[in-house]
Design a protein around this ligand. Structure first.
Ligand code: F6P
Length: 533
């Protein structure tokens, strides 16, 4: 059945007509228990969605929609290893990577190899071509082979191994690799070439340049084996690149790129924080998996996040979703979630290949608090666009300094409160604002938000947090009837870039191109041949 024809969808559309125009002020004053009614706990994580523009009837209908979408059946199909990524004929089994004792043997073997490798690096047993110990690791990868590990390493800076620095290079722009290499010594630098396919243009270009950089210093092809390891599913391509088989950390096609930080793609994380801490990250994710699989719909955190997102997107027409971690360490979380959510559910063909006639994933963006407050929050408060937000806070700081954390938390709560309740003209007048400025001091409020509070930022709680969003994405895919695990939308641009590169180098004619692209190429060619012209 087409999603908008499901009985609960129709009932939600009807219900939205009556609740849509109610203000959060009104919803709170009508129900003093609202915070308790619309907040959930799992372990020490609190999810407060009382500042969302919904009521008990809304949640009841949303849960009916989840039932009518057979969300539990889809969970079981994923867990059973069915090829639910049907356009690529692949299973979706990232939860197996963090299943602990219940993980498949090949996963346990891969983790054991990663543990052994980390031990060799940390103990200084692994030496570079000149006999120096490894002091720097550069992860070369892009998309899912970069964003998740980069975010996790940044988030867990408090757990950073003292003798090893981990760097990330992703961009094809040589400024990325060049600026990283200037700070490094080829004798003590190890590269991880992280690519599921081992064909990605950016990664392979950076990997080749890095190899040349090492070889220029070593003057011996044997140095590659001391300075390059790979995380990949494509063993033929890693061999062709010259990476020794024992230096390849394998994973499998049933691990999607944006869900791959739990696999060998997580090697830079394990190196940065130590393998024991990496295991705690996996354990945190596993804990959230168990919660997701077993908790009833009413207390299920990922399902609730998904249902709230669907309500905001499809019934309140909020097409923008801000993620604001009030944690400097979580500053890269929005970038990771951008790929996780938008590459998964930013789609317009449903599972049957039919064009959907409802909105799918909103635009996700974000910034760490309090920085965002001094940049774009003005628009959220008074700009008029409906933007749904997630505020994420920590019970205690990972880098405590006297006085900072309480101020940070106060700002986090102040922003979500101001967004929800705003300020009326009367309140502004009562606060002593002069008459001629009253119009400028009105805040309409009614911007919906959810607040997530983690007790602290550790490998375990970070694992829980990431898995929470992964399962939210899964649920939304089910509710929107999408395949969340392919990403055909990024292919067209890649193909075009392949065709345009020779035109830019003046090795192929550009006559057949569209007039705008042709004009741009002409301009660039002129500039490249004579930059001073
Ligand atoms: O272009 C999108 C994408 O395929 C992502 O899904 C993926 O995470 C990224 O490219 C990198 O792919 P790979 O790990 O194969 O280099």
């Amino acid at each position: 059945m087409q999603v908008p024809l499901r009985p609960a969808w129709l009932a939600l559309a009807e219900h939205a007509r009556s609740i849509k125009h109610r203000h959060l002020r009104e919803l709170f004053s009508a129900d003093p228990e609202r915070f308790d009614r619309f907040s959930l706990c799992h372990g020490k994580i609190l999810l407060d969605y009382s500042k969302q523009r919904l009521g008990s009837q809304t949640m009841g209908l949303l849960r009916q929609l989840a039932e009518q979408s057979a969300w539990r059946t889809w969970v079981e199909r994923m867990r059973a290893g069915e090829a639910i990524n049907h356009t690529e004929g692949r299973a979706v089994r990232h939860v197996d990577l963090r299943a602990g004792a219940a993980a498949p043997p090949e996963v346990k073997d891969a983790l054991a190899r990663m543990a052994d490798f980390c031990e060799q690096i940390h103990a200084g047993q692994w030496r570079g071509f000149s006999g120096e110990r490894i002091t720097d690791v550069v992860n070369i990868g892009i998309g899912g082979s970069d964003l998740g590990p980069r975010m996790a390493v940044h988030a867990l800076a408090a757990f950073q191994h003292p003798d090893l620095s981990v760097h990330f290079v992703s961009n094809l722009d040589s400024a990325d690799l060049a600026s990283t290499l200037t700070r490094l010594n080829p004798r003590s630098t190890l590269f991880i070439i992280a690519s599921k396919t081992f064909t990605t243009l950016e990664t392979m270009a950076n990997a080749r340049t890095a190899r040349n950089w090492v070889l220029a210093a070593a003057n011996d092809d044997g140095a590659v084996a001391r300075h390059f390891v790979a995380a990949s599913t494509n063993l033929a391509a890693t061999a062709e690149f010259g990476i020794a088989a024992q230096n390849v950390f394998e994973f499998w096609d049933w691990v999607g790129g944006r869900f791959s930080l739990w696999s060998a793609i997580g090697l830079p994380i394990a190196l940065a924080i130590g393998f024991r801490n990496f295991e705690r990250l996996l354990a945190g994710a596993h804990d959230m998996d168990e919660h997701f699989f077993n908790a009833p719909a009413e207390s299920n955190l990922p399902l609730t996040l998904a249902l709230v997102a669907l309500w905001n997107t499809n019934f309140l027409n909020a097409h923008s979703h801000g993620v604001f971690p009030y944690s400097h360490s979580l500053a890269l979380l929005p970038s990771h979630l951008q790929q996780l959510e938008m590459e998964s559910n930013g789609k317009r063909a449903n599972r049957d290949g039919l064009a959907v006639d409802y909105s799918t994933n909103p635009i996700l963006w974000g910034e760490a608090g309090t920085n965002g407050q001094h940049s774009f929050f003005q628009l959220l408060h008074q700009g008029g666009a409906l933007v749904a937000s997630d505020f994420i806070a920590l019970g205690k700081s990972d880098f405590p300094l006297p006085g900072h954390h309480s101020g940070l938390l106060a700002n986090c709560l102040a922003q979500s409160s101001a967004l929800a309740f705003g300020q009326t003209i009367e309140e502004a007048r009562a606060a002593g604002i002069p008459e001629h400025l009253l119009a400028f001091r009105r805040f309409p409020g009614n911007q919906p938000s959810t607040t997530l509070i983690l007790p602290e930022l550790t490998p375990f709680t970070l694992g829980q947090l990431i898995a929470l969003y992964e399962h939210k994405v899964f649920c939304l895919g089910v509710l929107w009837n999408l395949n969340s695990f392919d990403q055909w939308g990024v292919e067209l641009g890649k193909q075009l870039a392949g065709r345009l590169a020779p035109c830019i180098r003046d090795e192929a004619p550009s006559d057949a191109l569209d007039p705008s692209t042709r004009g741009l190429i002409k301009h660039l060619r002129r500039f490249r041949s004579n930059p001073d012209a």
